[in-house]
Design a protein around this ligand. Sequence first.
Ligand code: IMP
Ligand code: MG
Length: 178
Amino acid sequence: MKQKKLKVLYSESKIKSRVKSLAKEIVQDYSKRKSNKSVVIISVLKGAFIFTADLIREIKLPIQLEFVRISSYGSGTISSGKIDAPLLMLPDLTGRDILIIEDIVDSGRTIGFLKEYIRDQFKPRSLKVASLLNKKSRREIDILADYVGFEVDDYFLVGYGLDSAEDFRHLPYLAIYE
Ligand code: IMP
Ligand code: MG
């Protein structure tokens, strides 16, 4: 079997400036809303943890931060098709403005499942998705991400929170692992 290699796709500085402009867009949109409650950010662990930490520090608005751990991937590089939700505990978020933060939208199953769950449970005032990466070509569920850092082709990516069988999450850049 051929040895897999890491090839940098987005450098640390490129990610940093994109995250900044994304946060600006989010702040502009959410500061127009007429509600005195904070925006609820739901970060999808583990992959979105670095993106979330960087993004929210650029969001100059009152926010409430929550985490869920859910995915549709096994340890392989192809979506297993099943949703795994080892941590799906949220406080009462009825009627709130909710923004889900995800690392990558691939088949769309994870976000599709989570959006449906949140809608059922909390009837949110608004429900949007911010994803660092969007792999549109692999979509199986009709899901749109409202804010996207980078549109990517069908590569398997690691770093900046994303893993391959739990390796490489700590890399400060995003790399193609093939
Ligand atoms: P979906 O449910 O197929 O949209 O998959 C989304 C989840 O799969 C993400 O939260 C990631 O954890 C994982 N994933 C999808 N593509 C990649 C990739 O290129 N690298 C690492 N993880 C990925
Ligand atoms: Mg994930």
